[in-house]
Write a protein that binds this ligand. Structure first.
Ligand code: KIV
Ligand code: ZN
Length: 553
């Protein structure tokens, strides 16, 4: 048994399935680049059968991140990660996954079928023999296309272990190279999950020739503990996401598992290929792009993870940092952000620093970033890495924008009614100006924007925080909205209905402006995804046929 644990990152697949966490293709590509630099071994880039856009996003990642010839200008490791696409156990899904991942130097198809009694009976309506036959047939089919095939018995945590052994034996015989054991609903305890992996390692014929993988959900807050128990029982691949995002309560978080193995090396005697000082930066990138705010007390990457408040703790820290610190902040890249650039820095300096941070921008995007950088440098003397990252997230990797903020003005305080006037550019650059009153400046701004955009929604969450310390800090705002429509979910064996959530992110030294940008970014995602603003409607508006607003303030 080797002592290397493969890190299989599924932020772009299971993570992106979190309500509201959807990313644009440009954002997905940027996250994939960051994951490659972080040193993950396998990137599960998406679920290509979900839609043509999903397939194309995975294909782009396979070409640009999984292929040394795809993007020679992209800084990154010489060893390219395996690029994996998920497929249900049917030929059409497997064909689409293969089409998406095959440009990668090292492609993988990951196919799955449920094996728990409840899933087989109610969801699949298949009996156990049919499941065994389908697994053998579809794994063999995937293997006829791709040398690297992973199979997952979905809901393995609630499956009968004896039945699992039979299914897994068939998967190995059909050519699977990795067997992933999902605790799909986060039901098991560490003892149970560890025993499940140990039983598989002991009883499945041919298991020694394949890699056993863990995949744990966090419904009971046990995902990391279960994953570590699986590793101790012989699993050598862990499926994880940045910040632990994922379906419902999320997946096992990459940073927790990696840092547990790193910090408690004598206990585990295991290594990973992760460049740990990059963890905080990638966490931030994913948080910005998915609009999933990291709680301050989140292990490893929370804002308070290395903060010491109590007097006794501070006193101890001053005497010896190990009194209250089990790992150094710099080991995960959480040290204070550095002063990097200022008012007099030029375009070249900005380009070099952005490249060091891992952003490979086109000339046009660099021009936009430089313009924003100069405007920011006029307001803020010290520009840090964190400021640059916020600026790039806000300016460059926004979804297709039907409406952009051209300008706004707000009056608020204790002397009158909070009033906001917004000037938006709509499709074709058509200007719309609208004013509204609200309970406060943010409410008034959102109301004015609503009057122009007319996309009914409910605001679920609004949060604001400062990127760096100081009164001149950039404010980052994330919002989550819910559309008032229902749509079929992409990842169900039998499709069901769900209401969709969209996240938006905005950054500015003025938090009301940042709020308006974040709200517009979520609305633009809503319009694109729900098809409420297709090309025909955009054209109608340019021609003046669609009323620009509903006429109330
Ligand atoms: O949780 C799960 O079962 C999954 C599988 C598709 C691997 O995400
Ligand atoms: Zn999952």
């Amino acid at each position: 048994m080797d002592n290397y644990v493969r890190i299989f990152d599924t932020t772009l697949r299971d993570g992106e399935q979190s309500p509201g966490a959807s990313m644009t293709s440009a954002e997905k590509l940027e996250v994939a680049r960051a994951l490659a630099r972080l040193g993950v071994d396998i990137i599960e880039a998406g679920f290509p059968a979900a839609s043509p856009d999903d397939l194309e996003a995975v294909r782009r990642i396979a070409i640009e991140v999984g292929n040394p010839f795809g993007a020679e200008s992209t800084p990154g490791p010489t060893r390219r990660p395996i690029i994996c696409g998920l497929a249900r156990a049917n030929k059409s899904d497997i064909d689409k996954a293969w089409e998406a991942v095959k440009p990668a130097a090292r492609p993988r198809i990951h196919t799955f079928l449920a094996t728990s009694p409840i899933h087989m009976k109610f969801k699949l309506k298949m009996d156990p023999e049919q499941v065994i036959d389908r697994v053998a047939e579809m794994v063999a089919y995937a293997r006829s296309l791709c040398e690297d095939v992973e199979f997952s018995p979905e809901d393995a945590g609630r499956s009968d272990p004896e039945f699992l052994y039979v299914v897994l034996e068939q998967a190995i015989k059909a050519g699977a190279t990795t067997l992933n054991i999902p605790d799909t609903v986060g039901y098991t305890t560490p003892e149970e999950y560890g025993a499940l992996i140990a039983g598989i390692a002991q009883h499945v014929p041919g298991i020694a020739n394949v890699v056993i993988s863990t995949h744990c959900h966090d419904d009971l807050g046990l995902a990391t503990a279960n994953t570590l128990a699986g590793v101790r029982s012989g699993a050598r691949q862990v499926e994880v996401t940045i910040n632990g995002i994922g379906e419902r309560a999320g997946n096992t978080s990459l940073e927790e598992v990696v840092m547990a193995l790193h910090t408690r090396r004598p206990v585990f005697s295991l290594t990973t290929g992760i460049d740990t000082p990059q963890i905080t930066r990638v966490s931030k990138l994913v948080s910005n792009y998915t609009s999933m705010v990291v709680p301050p007390n989140k292990a490893i990457v929370g804002a308070n993870a290395f903060a010491h408040e109590a007097g006794i703790h501070q006193d101890g820290m001053l005497k010896h940092h190990q009194t209250y610190e089990i790992m150094r902040p710099e080991t995960v890249g959480a040290q204070h952000t550095r002063l990097v650039l200022g008012k007099h820095s030029g375009r070249h300096a900005l380009k070099m620093r952005l490249q060091e941070l891992g952003f490979a921008l086109s000339d046009a995007d660099l021009d936009k970033a430089f313009e924003r950088f100069k405007a920011l440098a006029d307001k803020k003397k010290i520009i840090t890495d964190a400021d640059l990252e916020a600026l790039i997230s806000d300016e460059i990797y926004q979804p297709h924008e039907y409406f952009t903020l051209d300008g706004m003005q707000v009056a608020c305080g204790t002397m009158g009614l909070p009033t906001a006037t917004v000037r938006l550019n709509g499709p074709g650059g058509k200007p719309h100006v609208f004013a509204a009153i609200g309970t406060g400046p943010v409410d008034a701004s959102f109301k004015a924007i609503d009057a122009v955009v007319q996309a009914p929604n409910t605001l679920l969450e609004y949060s604001v925080h400062a990127v760096t310390e100081g009164i001149d800090a950039i404010g980052e705002v994330t919002v989550r909205i819910q559309s008032h429509d229902v749509a079929p979910t992409m990842n169900a064996q039998n499709e069901t209905e769900r209401v969709r959530t969209f996240g938006g992110y905005g950054a500015d030294t003025d938090i009301i402006v940042a709020s308006a940008k974040a709200y517009l970014s979520a609305l633009n995602k809503l319009l694109v995804t729900t098809g409420q603003y297709g090309p025909a409607e955009a054209a109608a508006e340019v021609a003046g046929a669609r009323p620009p607003h509903n006429g109330h303030t």
